[in-house]
Write a new protein. Structure first.
Ligand SMILES: Cc1cc2nc3c(=O)[nH]c(=O)nc-3n(C[C@H](O)[C@H](O)[C@H](O)COP(=O)(O)OP(=O)(O)OC[C@H]3O[C@@H](n4cnc5c(N)ncnc54)[C@H](O)[C@@H]3O)c2cc1C
Ligand code: SF4
Length: 322
């Protein structure tokens, strides 16, 4: 399903306003008209070093090569969920809302079909930043299930996205928050946030669930709260490691930070490479056997392709593939 269709579906707007808001906050109208739910969930990080082959260090692109962003321009990188190997973030707005809504991803693959709770679908970078999700090779997303709408009240849920420009831009920070109210008493609260953490899903705030009551009445809820506590502690450890790595890279020693950059000219990490023409961009990478394609569009609005006659092309260019 296209992102625009999902965002504007009457059912989604009425029952899951949080999801509709998040979808409409993503990309531009033209992009949303083309982008699909599966593609949006699977899109890769926007870390510029990941895309710029001029930087060989990127553990996500080339495992074991290092991380150029830790020592580089990392204004848009993660505060939460980072690891010493990768501080990239997940760019999807829809994912933040789906995490707050407790969605479930259905996938099918060579072995079997299975369902994955959304909060487990994306991976934190950890030791393997090259893996973004827990999908196995050959598995495809077939659908995303939404639970019964608990947060349909527009005044009780909100997707908030902070970005550099309002027209369209990826989030610097975004939060999906939803409250289930009983009169003036909060029964349940969900929040998924992203200071652009790699796996937004894991950042769902269980604290909201814990706030329901000091001690949940049933054993299952108590077990869930305990597990959430362990997960939060583990997250803090990972964040501590990543923070230490970034502090080292920035010259922070102990509790004191040596402010060495303020008031001084600062070279961009990629500045010298770019002005001397040494930086390599994706388009600089060519291959002798690279195929070039030309799109020939049909003059028939709707029809079935019976056959394709390539004889004229082959006659003029035997090496051409079609
Ligand atoms: C300039 C620009 C700005 C953008 N801004 C934002 C933004 O602010 N917020 C935001 O959320 N997004 C943003 N996007 C992303 C955009 O919304 C699309 O979601 C994204 O590009 C994926 O598009 P797609 O559906 O065409 O996926 P594709 O590019 O076709 O696919 C992406 C990946 O997903 C895989 N894939 C696709 N479908 C499935 C499936 N069913 N199962 C398994 N794998 C699958 C593909 O194989 C591919 O690897 C932006 C994109 C651009 C170009
Ligand atoms: S943050 Fe991750 S994606 Fe970016 S350069 Fe480092 S390893 Fe690569």
């Amino acid at each position: 399903m296209r992102n625009s269709d999902a965002a504007n579906h009457a059912w989604v707007r009425e029952r899951y306003p949080l999801l509709s808001q998040a979808l409409l906050a993503g990309a531009s109208a033209q992009l949303r008209n083309m982008a699909t739910v599966g593609g949006n969930l699977m899109q890769r990080t926007r870390c510029p070093y990941f895309y710029d082959l001029g930087f060989p260090q990127c553990n996500k692109r080339t495992p074991g090569s290092g991380c150029a962003a830790i020592d580089g321009n990392n204004r848009m990188h993660a505060i939460l969920g980072a690891s010493p190997r990768c501080i990239a973030t997940n760019p999807s707005d829809m994912s933040v809302a789906l995490a707050a809504l407790d969605a479930v991803v259905r996938v099918t693959g060579p072995n079997d079909a299975r369902t994955i709770p959304f909060t487990e679908f994306h991976r934190l970078p950890g030791e393997r930043p090259d893996l973004d999700t827990i999908l196995q090779p050959g598995e495809l997303i077939t659908s995303v299930d939404l639970p019964p709408p608990l947060f349909a009240d527009h005044s009780k849920s909100k997707y908030l996205k902070v970005r550099d420009r309002a027209s369209y831009a990826f989030a610097l920070v975004s939060v999906a928050a939803a409250l289930q109210m009983d009169g003036s008493t909060m029964q349940r609260a969900h929040r998924a946030g992203r200071r652009r953490a790699q796996a937004v899903a894991r950042e769902r705030d269980r604290a909201g669930v814990r706030r329901q009551a000091a001690r949940p009445a049933d054993p299952a809820s108590r077990r869930r709260a305990r597990r959430a506590g362990h997960a939060a502690a583990a997250r803090q450890r990972v964040q501590g490691d990543a923070r230490a790595a970034r502090d080292r890279a920035r010259g922070v020693t102990g509790r004191r930070c040596r402010m060495t950059v303020i008031g001084k000219p600062l070279d961009r990490t990629d500045g010298v490479l770019k002005v001397t023409g040494q930086a390599r961009y994706s388009a600089d990478n060519t291959d002798a056997k690279l195929a070039h394609a030309v799109l020939v569009t049909s003059t028939v609005a709707k029809g079935r392709i019976a056959s394709i006659d390539t004889s004229r092309v082959q006659a003029r260019c035997p090496a051409c593939c079609s």
